[in-house]
Design a protein around this ligand. Sequence first.
Ligand SMILES: Nc1ncnc2c1ncn2[C@@H]1O[C@H](COP(=O)(O)OP(=O)(O)O)[C@@H](O)[C@H]1O
Ligand SMILES: [Mg+2]
Length: 223
Amino acid sequence: MPTIVFANPKGGAGKSTAALLLATELALETDVCVVDADVRRRIAKWAAGGNAPARMTVVDDVDEETVIDRIDEAAGAAPVVIVDLEGTASKLVLLAISQADLVVIPLQDSAPDAEEAAAVIRVIRQQERMSGRKVPYVVVRTRTPAAYRSRLMTYVLAQLQPTGARILETEIVERQAFKALWVYQCPLENLPSAEVSGTSNAIKNARAYAQEVVQALRGVATA
Ligand SMILES: Nc1ncnc2c1ncn2[C@@H]1O[C@H](COP(=O)(O)OP(=O)(O)O)[C@@H](O)[C@H]1O
Ligand SMILES: [Mg+2]
């Protein structure tokens, strides 16, 4: 029962979006519990819209004191647990990472993002030393331009190279449908395609990304 934690202290990096896309895609096939520890509680509010997949639940009564209990309970209730974290580095982030089978670090093509991602990787390394346990992680490029290959991203990735971070092949492209998710408060599959352009490409993008995360988890399980 894997626990997948989304971390990057930079607000707007695309953590909640990436977490929600993974949750909704995986919930097509299995039970998923999201532990929403983002201060803005975006996923909990999204689910409160009433259109969450039947196999997806969200808990959001979580703070530093309770995060490990909430993750434990979620792992008892669902085979997949997804933790969305708040925008700033904190003890809560460290505690959540201590429970992770995989940390996903969303990364935008800006210099501050590379620094913040590197900071998350340092926290992961500290956690590994504290616990004597490996904490696997992957970087996912988010909000990338659809029309061209981002040179800035190449530069940002070069900055991360010394960390040896594994970068997912699939990018989460900047798409109207990924914004519309939050507006319509429903999974991609239920967006009104007449009103939101590019929904089918967005669904393909989300599936490819979710599959790669699942593969990364398999790699972890067999390592
Ligand atoms: N791939 C994307 N395409 C379009 N908009 C995005 C994408 N990822 C994030 N956004 C937008 O950026 C805003 C911030 O993203 P969010 O996922 O909440 O970031 P974080 O959780 O890291 O603060 C969201 O309101 C969302 O509309
Ligand atoms: Mg968020």
